[in-house]
Design a protein around this ligand. Structure first.
Ligand code: PBG
Length: 333
């Protein structure tokens, strides 16, 4: 959109509309609402457990009973979508990752519970093998190589199990080639025409995922890195090609991840394709802001809201953020 050049001073004084809160609100170009937020939650087995994650101050792995309570409280503050990430029992992490598509795995039980107890809450899932893989990778590893097509077959099984459990939005986060098309076909062929796919389309090989890997218990296990499937942080065109490809294959929404260091990709995806774009403010971004706030170096509430608003300004429709419950509370006050 063209920006009108200001008349020469003093006809134009751009400070005029900044003088009061009422004027500033009147001309605010972007606004953040609780309904824009997707809350990523870590879940674990057990009862009445909240296990803090040291590298993510304020975030804990929740047993399903605690999840129910927290989800209900979040919904009351206006959060409409929750995204589930499991901490899988180490005994269930295997080379064949079979737990990933077990109908009764932790995630699928959580989906069923949420959809039966809080039916108007949307439940999003993650599709990738890393929480179930003995070596922490998103795909099958054979002889040090990450297998693409065999992984895609497994991801389809995983997706269908989640759809059967009642998931509203599936989030393939693995970056294998061809997975969106394969999952979409699987959903269409099994009566799940209404299930949406939010593709982690522009997912970069980032250092900012560190605390997440602690949270799902993948850090110690990860052998090597994810650079043969996640995008090189140097590449904008490649990220946009991934977005185009995933849309062609049947994604309903696309994600850019991480968020703050990749706002240029958010803006480009919105402008080029005009589709729903989400950003994931990832674990390392959250940890950075929380750490500075805890040290008294930044005002935590201010930088939380400012960082989330930046995603709206960059063209995002929705934001996955660990700040979601806190931000929703502040926005409602
Ligand atoms: C794994 C996955 C990751 C995140 C979401 N899904 C980590 C990774 O790719 O290693 C990261 C989220 C975060 O850092 O908050 N498929």
């Amino acid at each position: 959109m063209p920006v009108h050049p200001p008349a020469p001073y003093p006809a134009a004084r751009l400070r005029r509309l900044r003088q009061t809160a009422a004027l500033r609100d009147l001309v605010a170009e972007n606004r953040l609402a609780a309904a824009d937020l997707i809350w990523p939650v870590f879940i674990r087995e057990g009862e009445n457990v909240e296990e803090p994650i040291p590298s993510m101050p304020g975030v804990a792995r929740l047993s399903l009973d605690r999840l129910r309570r927290k989800a209900e409280a979040a919904r009351e503050t206006g959060i409409r979508t929750i995204c589930l990430f499991p901490y899988t029992d180490p005994a269930l992490r295997t080379e064949d990752c079979a737990e990933a598509w077990s109908p009764d795995n932790l995630t699928n039980r959580a989906i069923r519970m949420l959809k039966s107890d809080l039916p108007d809450l949307s439940v999003m899932t993650d599709i990738a093998l890393d929480p179930y893989n003995i070596n922490g990778h998103d795909g099958f590893v054979v002889g040090g190589q990450i297998l693409n097509d065999e992984t895609v077959e497994a991801l389809v099984k995983m997706a269908l199990a989640q759809a059967d459990a009642g998931a509203d939005i599936l989030g393939p986060s693995d970056m294998m080639d061809g997975r969106i098309g394969a999952i979409r076909l699987g959903l269409e062929q099994s009566g799940h025409q209404r299930v949406a796919i939010l593709s982690y389309a522009a997912k970069f090989a980032s250092g900012f995922y560190g605390p997440f890997r602690d949270a799902v218990g993948a850090s110690g296990r990860l052998v090597g890195d994810k650079k043969t499937y996640q995008i090189d942080p140097a590449n904008r065109n490649e990220a946009l090609r991934c977005v185009a490809r995933d849309l062609d294959e049947g994604a309903d929404m696309v994600m850019v991840k991480p968020g703050m260091p990749y706002l240029d990709i958010c803006r480009a995806a919105k402008d080029e394709f005009g589709v729903p774009v989400c950003a994931y403010q990832v674990s390392g971004e959250y940890a950075m802001l929380q750490a500075a706030a805890q040290n008294g170096w930044l005002d935590g509430e201010k930088v939380m809201l400012e960082s989330l608003l930046a995603f709206k300004r960059a063209g995002c429709d929705a934001i996955l953020t660990y700040f979601a419950p806190e931000a929703a509370r502040v926005l409602r006050a």
